[in-house]
Design a protein around this ligand. Sequence first.
Ligand code: ARG
Ligand code: GLU
Length: 712
Amino acid sequence: MKFLRLFLLLFVISTQAQQGGMWVPSLLKGMNEAEMKSLGMKISASDIYDANKPGIKDAVPHFNGGCTAEMISPKGLLLTNHHCGYSQIQSHSSVENDYLEQGFWAMSLEEELPNPGVDVTFVIKIEDVTTQVLAGTENLTTEAEKQKKIENNISILSRDFPKEKWQGAKIKNFFDGNQYLLFVTETFDDVRLVGAPPTSIGKFGSDTDNWVWPRHTGDFSLFRVYADKNNRPAKYSKDNIPYTPKHFLPIAIDGFKKDDFTMVVGYPGRTQEYLPAVAIEQILNDLNPAKIEVRDAALKVVDGFMRKDQAIKIQYASKYASIANYYKKWIGESKGLKKSNAVAVKKAEEKEFLQKVKKAKKQAEYGNILSDFDKTYAEIAPYALSRDYFTEVFLRNIGLTETAFKVYQLERILADKGEQSFNDRKQNLMDGMGAFYKNFNKTVDEKVFEQLIAIYSTQSPKQFVPASLQNINASELSKSVYANTKLGSYEGLKELLTGDSKTVLAKMKNDPAVALVKAAADKYFAEVAPKFEELDLKNIATQRTYMKALLEMNPKARIFPDANSTLRVTYGKVQGYEPADAVYYEPVTYLEGVMEKYVPGDYEFDVPAKLIDLYNMKDYGPYAENGKLPINFIATNHTTGGNSGSPAIDARGNLIGLNFDRVWEGTMSDIYYDPAICRNIMVDIRYVLFIIDKYANAKHLINEMKIVKAKK
Ligand code: ARG
Ligand code: GLU
């Protein structure tokens, strides 16, 4: 019976397996074009990427290294997420002009706000340089020699590759080191803020709704790219002019239906789709539960304080959001891995793999890969777990230990690099920690410490916990540490750091927080980190061979490379899903849903009065469908972190939405993509235009864009 279920499951998966995948734009023609057309695409692969003519790739830059954005006008107008532009919006805000709270709209070019340090990077051309990168490595025997040669080849190649002087070249490793692609790029540094809705629209639902469908968030912001007089990249200057992109996306506002083709183009950060079953089991049974346990305890404490105290809420909002983001993701990921039987599916695939290896008579080369994985993952288990506990407890969730760790590092810097480096770093800490202490509350932090140190003491692998942290009374320990440390305030930190290295080291010795972190960290760096790194390198090398074998044993399968922050295309259909037995989620949400969630005055679910007015008058302009205003929608596109801000594009190459999240049940798609429950979440472009037009009265921006009828 169980076997039959698994069989059926595998069958369903293999028949739907055409969906999922993050594909390299320059390889779409051979790999994906036929399938994309069979799913409904009307343009061709060369309209997306062609080294010799403008196309969609020229409209989709990497936004500041972490997000994606798209050009939506011939005058350099750029669209990305509100959460991608968040710190820029924040940086221009003051108590009198709080653009997070009220929104911001430049009514002319003069009012647009420069953002030093922010850049956007376009891909001009992609070339396979595998042969050149691997040249001369064939006869090298050790892994270290090989890597050194590869690095050397990469730096020479990227320096000498023919390109214009305002362009860059970057080589990236694909398929765990089995393929190398070179990207010629253009980076623009003058990027100005044009518009942002208030947080009550751009971050509506906040942490409660994060990673959740049904969703109702207007997660967008607008920038403008500026260039010099020759339309080339230039540092900020008031003489710069709006950039004329090689291509910008036309916008379709007459809607789409369930099952319509969509694609998402962008810069996904990191996935691990080809892990062996044993690695997934480790994530599922050891690592995710440990990280979730620590963050759960920390978040509960902080939430308790935030709910009672407005000042603490402001201090901790950003920290809380960033801790909560991956906490919630890991819970969803584990649930999804279980629900989709990822481990069983991988095990079945591995069995099949071994048979293929045998049939191809490649046992000598590939026969031991899986048993090597089994061995190394078993060996690395206590080190990996210890590493996660150490990192989560001391370096991510407790302000005091994060600071104590930075101070502790001074001792190592002195030993490794000498007095000058010690003094430089010390000065750095003295100057730089002000921002940290602004959002530090000693009482909150002490309570977090009390919870987390108890978890570390009892849950982290015993053999790597220093004697001083075994059998502790967490409440007494935290009281005495927080009562006697100097690091509870900025003044205290500066006091501790005053003096020459000998004096400072002596004071460090007497500080209970530094001493405590030192005990844990010394043990970690002596007994955990080196062994972890050694075994991890082994796994990386085995993974490279495994990838090579998978490609070789499955010549007809279309295998995509794991995400690595390079430009990719994913495609699929607009589709709802069943998150649980007897529950079905529709793929589109409407403004009605915003009003259903509305909680007046709430920091997550408040709705601006103007939006309520527009809703009451049903004043939706041309952006409604059957009298309702669409807000968000989902599809089967395979996305991950970094795809925030990516354009959702229809069958004809028009912009229909803006990617910003995934559904909770499908967040395991970084490890295992299941077309039944993995969905990406997008803002409907009609909601974006409605907010710009009707809410903000920024019609001049709409007039820059090219609005089209998709159905013609
Ligand atoms: N979960 C989305 C992404 O990883 C959005 C995060 C920002 N939004 C928030 N409510 N914290 O990263
Ligand atoms: N919010 C994510 C980002 O910032 C995208 C969501 C995801 O991980 O799919 O890139």
